[in-house]
Design a protein. Sequence first.
Lengths: 159, 159, 159
Amino acid sequence: MSKKTLIVFSGDYDRVMAAFIIANGAAAMDDEVTMFFTFWGLSALRKTDGAGAPSAVKSGLQKMFSGMLPKSPEKLNISRFNFGGLGRSMMKKVMKSQNVMSVSELIATAQEQGIKMIACTMSMDVLGISKEELIDGIEYAGVATYLGEADESNVNLFV
Amino acid sequence: MSKKTLIVFSGDYDRVMAAFIIANGAAAMDDEVTMFFTFWGLSALRKTDGAGAPSAVKSGLQKMFSGMLPKSPEKLNISRFNFGGLGRSMMKKVMKSQNVMSVSELIATAQEQGIKMIACTMSMDVLGISKEELIDGIEYAGVATYLGEADESNVNLFV
Amino acid sequence: MSKKTLIVFSGDYDRVMAAFIIANGAAAMDDEVTMFFTFWGLSALRKTDGAGAPSAVKSGLQKMFSGMLPKSPEKLNISRFNFGGLGRSMMKKVMKSQNVMSVSELIATAQEQGIKMIACTMSMDVLGISKEELIDGIEYAGVATYLGEADESNVNLFV
């Protein structure tokens, strides 16, 4: 048993999926896993359909950025062949037929397995994302917390 | 002597090139290197000119995805200034004049040096890529195998 | 106290920013940090306004590549919602209002903290970037130097 960390910087459906597959795989092998979500990766932690979004307290620019971000993990775009969401839908169809979990299912599994998910508070400020918009059961911290976890881990990836 | 792993997720010519330069450099210093190719990174392992592609056994969606993927490592696009392949051609011209190896040459060197190359079977299913389409001398496995290798390595990168 | 390395491959404003935030955070915790700038990441080390660019000694293709690259760290594009620089300007405005440092400020802090910054000489050749175009106080080396540093580090990231 050892520790692993993943920084999820990317908000692409395929990269987020890869991060969760690695994280869930490690947790299944009894590793302690910490995922640190920063910048576009924060989109993966958004509540479906933007529930709880208190847009009133955001500045205009923050409202604009958070408004442009995908509203839920299943709305993330794939990094190639997305074609306005069509490519993503088709990829998800193939995944289903091959019994590959969707990102939402991977997130649920990660939470069941006790993977520690941390939202980067500095990125939340820059992109205008509030705690109310993110899913329950996650933690909030900055780079020092990430570095503390990484120091104790034997595998650290930046996705 | 130590071990290193690289996950090659990206299918960009420049990123794949960087991964192989690091891998070959480490192997030249007597490190044991494992490269795990997943998602778009699988394109780098394709046989030139799509030889052996048994498109008949693929579903329509898989055929579509694998059909859109580059047909050989030298057909990968660069992540910037690609301009429909023109940028890539020009970058390769400069590389040649500076005695920098192409991705095909880097792959050949990696195989000569005994670098272990693993194709991610789950990604192959999603993208509709069959073993017959990939180069010889590689292995096939999933995330558990990757994690086993990473646990024994002192440098693990996600490219 | 331990060692950390970061490969800065990306030339996106947001990714470069993330790399420096991690690097500066680690240095603040007394870690020894090495940043290895390669490919598009080299843009982050360019002198403002292209001072010192000796374009005469470059080949036509090198001139073209280096001519297309951003002329200073603050001219890097963000990886999403850049809109020809408008998105970047707006992100920087929010950052300022949230007391988040710009990339130029992060670089200055990195230099004050004694972070070792290495420019990849092979990438400089391919992209046609000369030492005169890059900021002072950095080192020049290749992949073997990076691997030596990574071997001594407990956290190694590819950004």
